[in-house]
Design a protein around this ligand. Sequence first.
Ligand SMILES: Cc1cc2nc3c(=O)[nH]c(=O)nc-3n(C[C@H](O)[C@H](O)[C@H](O)COP(=O)(O)OP(=O)(O)OC[C@H]3O[C@@H](n4cnc5c(N)ncnc54)[C@H](O)[C@@H]3O)c2cc1C
Length: 394
Amino acid sequence: MTVRPLSCILVLLPLSLVACTSEETTPPNGDLECDVVIVGGGVGGLHTAFRLAPSLGDKVCLFEKEAQVGGRIKDISLDDSDPNAPRVGAGARRVMEGQTVLLDLATELGIQLETPPITQDLINARGGFAFSKEGLVNLYPGLTPDPGGDTETALYDKLRFGPERANAASYANFEAYVRAVAGDEGYEFLHDMSRFRADFKVPLDVAGYLDYLDEEWDVCCTPSYPIGGMSQFPLGMAAGATEKGAQIFTSDPVASIDRNADGGFDIVSSSHKAHADKVVIAVPPVGMDKIKGDVVDDIKAQQVYKDIVGVKVVTITQWWETAWYANIVNPNATENARVWRGWTTEHCLNFIEIPLEPYAAAANVTRSVYNDDPECSNIGKTLQTRETTLWKRL
Ligand SMILES: Cc1cc2nc3c(=O)[nH]c(=O)nc-3n(C[C@H](O)[C@H](O)[C@H](O)COP(=O)(O)OP(=O)(O)OC[C@H]3O[C@@H](n4cnc5c(N)ncnc54)[C@H](O)[C@@H]3O)c2cc1C
């Protein structure tokens, strides 16, 4: 049987990236008087607008540079002309059970979530295949399998709670710290088993990354997927904020933010000059680099800002004629034997994700995520430049 994708779309998420048109209530180039200006219409900016709009109404002004809101939540449809065509996330896709703010927001916005059972990973590393990370530990000489059966978590526990953490600041970067605490093979194992392999390759501040791990590693456990895609969150918040009077301007990038003599702020966008008592900047560093003014300059001068390292992520969304992957199962599993994620360490394609939630599964759509190691991200960038000819519609 020849299996070929019906179509695939590649998206480079430069730590950024959907759909709400603004009701333009002010003439282009008009002055705006706002209590709060919000720069950026990703979930961060939109949540701020959604919460402020009931009390401040049209004194909430949000500027988004793209034609659509959503930022790094970007759902892709096989048929852009059909608003009811299934959409699947090129960026964020799921809500974990520990993300209570998002889960409560889903209830508030009437977003339905699907929670498929946790199934199998099929992992390829160092020439071996296994249905669990633990099944590969023996390919890393010198690494002792954890008696509890979860060597990966045991190694992370060592990094987070071991005595060497007290000396973390003395290491040049996270890689050096991991090699010292977990050994070279421990480092390679953690790198290979990670979804975020760049974290082990780019020079990250040790203390900062350990703080992040403290927040992230224990986030539990079962993922849920919004029917209609993750963009239901930004779309719902944009609609709710607009309904309460907030002004959302799309295709209107902010060019500068300066303090003014009144103790407030002057914000210049491509179509507006806004004056505000407060300003909320909800853009990633890649966006900050294009904004001028003393406010942004002051933020950029802070060490904590300078320490941020951007990592590019490439995802490819593919629709298939048949769900050929449905036959990939763990023969030893007594239940939920299907594979939902195939990983590899052999090349730049990090993993292919097979949606099992009914909404996306019915669309025969998969998502592949490139390894985010710097050299692999660059290959993704090359692919993206060919997007219109090669990748947009194969
Ligand atoms: C591949 C991938 C998978 C992910 N998976 C998950 C997941 O499953 N679950 C999860 O919870 N999170 C996930 N995340 C993380 C999540 O997507 C982000 O944390 C979240 O979307 C960030 O929102 P934000 O509002 O902070 O920033 P962004 O989404 O980046 O929004 C910033 C906005 O600012 C706009 N902007 C930039 N410059 C300007 C300017 N000068 N003027 C006006 N607007 C400007 C941008 O266009 C953008 O819309 C994932 C991220 C990626 C990349």
